[in-house]
Design a protein around this ligand. Structure first.
Ligand code: SAH
Length: 451
């Protein structure tokens, strides 16, 4: 076992899923934040277990050519991003490598390479931000949580966000400080303002501001709206009531104070209405490329029925509708389903239907009702598909399954399960939707094995 506080020399060989460097010292895996593969480092052990340890770099003995100066002044503190210390080439390499390793080790594949759709820019790409707020010595401020904590790191300008989004945060905090709006304190479960949530349509320029409150009433709303109206594109102000303890950001109740309560945006040539509760990919440009890849892989014809599980506001469903005979979307959040139905109407799409419910249960029900999709698209949250969904896919027996994933480990687990049920992996592609952050999106095509 390694000894806590002792300093060791180590060669960084790999990365964890969270983007930390990995080195092996005396047979023990050591996880080292801000380390780059290929680097020799001196590391002080912070936590030591039998098979693994964590450590901090005390000296760089051999620097990677991919190491760069951090452009973000709070990169080391803020838990939002992971990769300001390396160049984008290395970031994309490690992301593609991670998808490949998962598919090979967990999914039982033997892929030599997984290509990655790298992003054209690492700056200003996020169309959504959720700033937690805090107060110190009578002054309220907003920022992002320090990694692994709920300490708010203040940051005047976040490089992955558009300027308008930070401008909303500044306007809200100016109002909060002027009118002494109490900031939420999670230890005492007291105070009012918890989070500032901002979403901006990249194409429309429309800005949604949603304030998450431990309560239902905000003082001096006119003063807040007057400040927000100075921000280009400001469209709507909504309150989200969250009086519960815990980490969930949004509450279940939404109160619109200004504007329609949603914004609009254009994606894949279609118009979308986006309510605050609905999911919408944060990187517009890369999402579009991801969906284009999904459509290409689906190989849809005009006779086909397409089932889109975990469909959100119907982005992929509706983008596939014109090529298909019939498209069906399933989504668990009621507001997102309402958005999806409205989005079908907005785009004059008449061959799309949406169901609200759990993907697995809805798919089993659709199967019982005799629905036999030719192509199924799944785009689940990080935990991947549940047993019901796998079972429903097995019974429905579609020709193709297009799996869009935000977690390569659960994707690979599900690929293995689908292989046991008569499918083979035909194509795998990684996509970088989160430059500077460790998350990686991927998309695989599974095709039915013909006997
Ligand atoms: N395909 C959409 C949304 C993907 S995100 C897009 O690209 O925009 C995953 C979606 O799955 C979210 O909208 C989330 O609300 C939904 N979801 C989460 N758990 C679910 C479940 N058990 N059943 C159905 N949908 C679920």
């Amino acid at each position: 076992m390694l000894i806590k506080n002792q300093i060791y020399d180590a060669l960084v060989t790999d990365y964890t899923a969270e983007g930390q460097g990995v080195a092996h010292i005396e047979g023990c895996a050591v996880f080292i934040p801000n380390a780059i593969a290929g680097e020799r480092v001196q590391v002080r052990i912070e936590k030591a277990q039998k098979t693994w340890a964590t450590g901090k770099i005390t000296a760089l003995l051999e620097k990677s050519p991919h190491r760069v100066n951090r452009e973000c002044p709070v990169a080391k503190l803020c838990g939002g991003c992971d990769f300001w210390h390396m160049d984008y080439e290395e970031e994309c390499r490690l992301k593609a490598e991670r998808v490949k390793t998962c598919l090979n080790r967990i999914g039982g594949e033997n892929l030599e390479e997984v290509p990655i759709l790298s992003a054209p820019t690492c700056y200003g790409y996020r169309n959504k931000a959720q700033y937690p707020v805090a107060a110190k010595k009578g002054r309220a401020y907003a920022g992002f949580f320090r990694a692994g904590t709920h300490d708010v790191v203040e940051n005047s300008r976040c490089l992955i966000l558009p300027r308008e989004t930070d401008a909303v945060k500044d306007a809200v905090m100016d109002y909060v400080n002027q009118y002494r709006v109490p900031v939420y304190d999670e230890t005492a479960h007291k105070g009012l303002l918890r989070h500032i949530y901002v979403r901006r349509g990249v194409v429309s320029g429309q800005v949604l501001v949603c304030l998450v409150l431990n309560g239902e009433k905000l003082p001096q709303v006119e003063a807040l709206i007057a400040r927000l109206q100075k921000i280009p594109g400001f469209t709507t102000l909504v309150l989200s009531v969250n009086t519960k303890k815990g980490n969930a950001v949004l509450g279940d109740k939404f109160i619109t104070l200004y504007g329609p309560g949603y914004i609009e945006d254009t994606l894949c040539g279609l118009q979308f209405r986006l309510s605050p509760r609905s999911f919408y990919q944060v990187n517009h440009h890369q999402a579009q490329r991801l969906y284009e890849a999904a459509i290409a892989q689906a190989g849809i014809t005009r006779q086909d029925t397409v089932l889109d599980l975990y469909c959100g506001v119907g982005t992929i469903t509706l983008a596939m509708a014109s090529a298909a005979g019939r498209v069906i979307g399933v989504e668990v959040i009621p507001q997102a389903v309402e958005d999806a139905r409205d989005n079908a109407r907005r785009n004059h799409i008449e061959n799309a239907e949406f169901f609200c419910g759990d993907a697995g249960q809805a798919a089993l029900q659709l199967e019982k009702d005799g629905v036999r999709p030719d192509v199924v698209v799944v785009d689940p949250p990080r935990k991947g598909l549940n047993a019901d969904t796998i079972e429903a896919l097995h019974r429905m027996s579609p020709r193709r399954i297009v799996y869009v994933s935000c977690d390569p480990a659960t994707l690979a687990r599900d690929v293995a399960l689908l292989k046991e049920r008569g499918y083979e992996l035909k194509n795998a592609l990684a996509a970088d939707l989160f430059p500077k952050c460790a998350h990686v999106e991927s998309i695989v095509l599974m095709s039915q094995v013909k006997d």
